[in-house]
Design a protein around this ligand. Sequence first.
Ligand code: GDP
Length: 140
Amino acid sequence: MAIQRTFSIIKPDATKRNLTGAIIAKFEAAGLRVVAQKRIQLTLAQAQTFYGVHSERPFFGELCDFMISEPIVVQVLEGEDAIAKNREVMGATNPAEAAEGTIRKEFALSIGENSVHGSDAPETAAEEIAFFFSGLELVG
Ligand code: GDP
């Protein structure tokens, strides 16, 4: 597997509890490198667009309200097989089902407030990186 880039968010529940560094340490220990990063606060319209794929789900409103409740840290992570590696380090969506040692097992509060987002495929990674970062912010 070649070197890939993936998109990551450190979510409001984690930034609020000052866990940004602890989560980055997990990525770095897994061989992922932070190659772009910024701390921002989403507008409701941005959250609704980003999570548009979930717009028909019953938790959509709750999810968008949560994502705008505090600042988030958006990142581009790079490494060997980065998309799958990041999903592995994140753990299952529901922290009650997440494997030992994963970010969600150690830090997530609930299935909604689950500390991190990570792209699920190369196409979504490219779209999500472009949604948040300009070419100038991405070192080649
Ligand atoms: P992910 O790829 O593991 O983040 O999971 P999904 O793409 O299925 O869901 C996107 C995000 O929606 C999750 O990370 C959660 O923050 C949120 N979410 C998913 N399922 C639920 C749910 O049942 N309730 C609530 N409140 N949020 C949910």
